[in-house]
Design a protein around this ligand. Sequence first.
Ligand code: CAA
Ligand code: NAP
Length: 247
Amino acid sequence: MQNRVALVTGGIGGIGTAICIELAKGGAKVAANYYPSDSELAKEWQAKMKADGFDVMVVPGDVTNIESCQAMIAQVEQELGSVDILINNAGITRDGTFKKMSAEQWNAVIDTNLNSVYNVTAQVWNGMLDRGYGRIVNISSVNGQKGQFGQANYSAAKAGIYGITKALAQEGAAKGVTVNSISPGYIGTEMVMAIPENVREKIVAQIPVGRLGQPSEIGRAVVFLAGEEAGFITGSNLAINGGQHMF
Ligand code: CAA
Ligand code: NAP
């Protein structure tokens, strides 16, 4: 992926950071998207990445807002060039039993985790088709595959990702554009650390490997699917969950 331009949404988060590092190690020119109000955090993140030897562009953009996504892509194109690799990674949780789930909780998760995939992908898709090359990796979740108590919103959004992945895989196949998903299990980032400890312990007890996953274990898989050599892999899903769910 030498000199390919890669954009990672939610790039300064737990899994996003690992994805940026692995893409940069692979030789890509990487842009990490951050939520606009996180600009101070993004500057600190960028400085730390630089100190660790990774030169990564940071770019604001609210993935729930299409105009914001248009501005984000324009900025990446201006600084780095056309986007060859898109990792749709930004996501949130608003957990609660369905009995208590508000419309705000439902809509926030559908907007951030599913509508975002449209909002960002639509900005780069035609260019990828025209240039005859593209790699898109959508980050879903084990909970999109199996459903999760307390996550009707999140499970629905993450399951929706499989639909768009497989439809776009068909539309992009003859044009050199591959579209795949990765479904991480429970990975030790802030998102999982926000689960009450007693509940989290019960979840870890259900993971045959006996631990949470590490962000780098997702980052390496992203690079595999985003590589030029992965041109025959499209419309597929890679489950990385320590054996928690086999499908
Ligand atoms: N299956 C069956 N019943 C369950 C259950 C489960 N998995 N979890 C909880 N319950 C039951 C409880 O036993 C309790 O029953 P009683 O009322 O009879 O005592 C009832 O549901 C309410 O449970 P809580 O006291 O936990 O209710 P709460 O309202 O305080 O919290 C919850 C509910 C928010 C769903 C909480 O249980 C929770 O946070 N669960 C974890 C959800 C989860 O896995 N989120 C993943 C976040 S990380 C992520 O999303 C990343 C990724 O992709 C993997
Ligand atoms: P994280 O550390 O919270 O990172 C998510 C990032 O997305 C954060 O930087 C967040 O910014 C950003 N974001 C949220 N809303 C956004 C928006 N509207 N526009 C732009 N950026 C936004 O979580 P993570 O664990 O790395 O999760 C990354 C992805 O992996 C998510 O899609 C998640 O659903 C998925 N996933 C995670 C796990 C896991 O166990 N951790 C498992 C399966 C799948 P803020 O910090 O400002 O909100």
